[in-house]
Design a protein around this ligand. Structure first.
Ligand code: ADP
Ligand code: MG
Length: 332
């Protein structure tokens, strides 16, 4: 970071504690403080790596609580490991800050630390620079060789599942943008919390290894993300919109058609969407229950390309919004 601010104080004070206890037991040989981290994997395991950048005003509102920014920026990365079925291990943090604001940094680091504990990830290095607020986190995890879940393995006849409930975070974001918090009901708060504090489904991803044929995390919206599985698997999918799981909070906060559209098109829930052969469906449900994660069958993989939404009468339902595109629409 440029003159006047001691980046080493920042790292020592706020980020070194996120290395966590007993790093050696996690294969962390050298971490924060050296020129690079030295990390070890057990033989027979493959490294799974992902990076996500959150830009203020694009990925979160600039006035979002820094504790939530800290939580969220790691959670969205942990979610990518979950979608690959990877066991989480470490992360690095490239932080660009407009100023050395102690209160902001303390809150950000606290949220990041909570998220690191929740997602079982240790900080092993990073970079600290001055500029417009940008948080770039790289996560690393591992799987036994060949066991990673990909987007490309869905087969015709597989069932399509999603975890948890959909639309909550998009509903929460809409409430944050359209109202003041003094108007919020308990249900509204629940939806806003889903946006502020998404939870990567790493435990679910891990138990789906060997069962799911394809998986993705729902970050851009169910239609867009299931569309990725379909395209990359060379298949299509049909979903019954009446079967898409909606929370009681979402139903209570929006008219039925709006709630359904938020669930089908809205992003940011970080649930997993995955496919399983029909014969494995009950095993998938049981394994998910074993990690306290509800999952719902919402449709089936077909040969015709594209994702079709059907209502209970068997009519095709069209949706205009197809997920967030960074270079297609203005940001927040
Ligand atoms: P270099 O100039 O060799 O890249 P840096 O001054 O960028 O070193 O970083 C010094 C050490 O502090 C490195 O080990 C780096 O990984 C770590 N580090 C820098 N910024 C962060 C951060 N935001 N979070 C965690 N570790 C960091
Ligand atoms: Mg550096």
């Amino acid at each position: 970071m440029s003159s006047g601010v001691d980046e080493f104080d920042i790292i020592r004070t706020y980020f070194a504690p996120l290395e966590g206890p007993d790093p050696r037991s996690r294969g962390i040989v050298t971490a924060i403080g050296d020129d690079a981290a030295v990390l070890e994997l057990e033989p027979g395991r493959q490294l799974v790596v992902s990076v996500d950048t959150l830009v203020s005003g694009v990925h979160f509102p600039p006035d979002l609580d820094p504790t939530d920014i800290g939580w969220r920026s790691l959670a969205v990365n942990a979610s990518d490991l979950a979608a690959m079925g990877a066991d989480p291990h470490w992360f690095t943090l490239a932080l660009t800050l407009p100023e050395n604001d102690a209160a902001w940094l303390a809150a950000f680091a606290a949220g990041l630390a909570d998220s690191a504990r929740y997602h079982d990830l240790c900080l092993v290095g990073g970079d600290t620079t001055r500029g417009p607020l940008t948080i770039s986190i790289q996560v690393g995890g591992s799987v036994a060789s060949g066991e990673a879940l990909t987007r490309s393995g869905a087969r015709v006849g597989d069932l399509v599942f999603v975890s948890g409930t959909l639309g909550d975070a998009a509903g929460g974001l809409q409430l944050l943008q359209g109202a003041t918090s003094t108007d919020f009901t308990a249900e509204h708060e629940e939806l806003v919390a889903r946006f502020r504090r998404p939870r990567g489904r790493t435990e679910l991803g891990a138990v789906l290894r060997g069962i799911a044929t394809a998986a993705i995390d729902v970050s851009d919206g169910l239609l867009a993300d299931l569309g990725h599985i379909a395209r990359q698997s060379g298949v299509g999918a049909q979903i019954g919109v009446a079967g898409v799981p909606l929370s009681a909070a979402l139903r209570a906060s929006f008219p039925a058609d709006v709630a359904l559209e938020l669930a089908v098109c809205g992003g940011d829930d970080y649930e997993l969407c995955f496919t399983v052969p029909e014969a494995q469906a009950s095993a998938a449900v049981a394994r998910a229950a074993g990690v306290n994660c509800p999952v719902t069958c919402i449709g089936r993989i077909e040969s015709a390309p594209g994702v079709r939404c059907m209502d209970e009468a068997g009519r095709v339902v069209g949706y205009a919004r197809q997920g967030y595109r960074h270079f297609g629409e203005p940001g927040l």
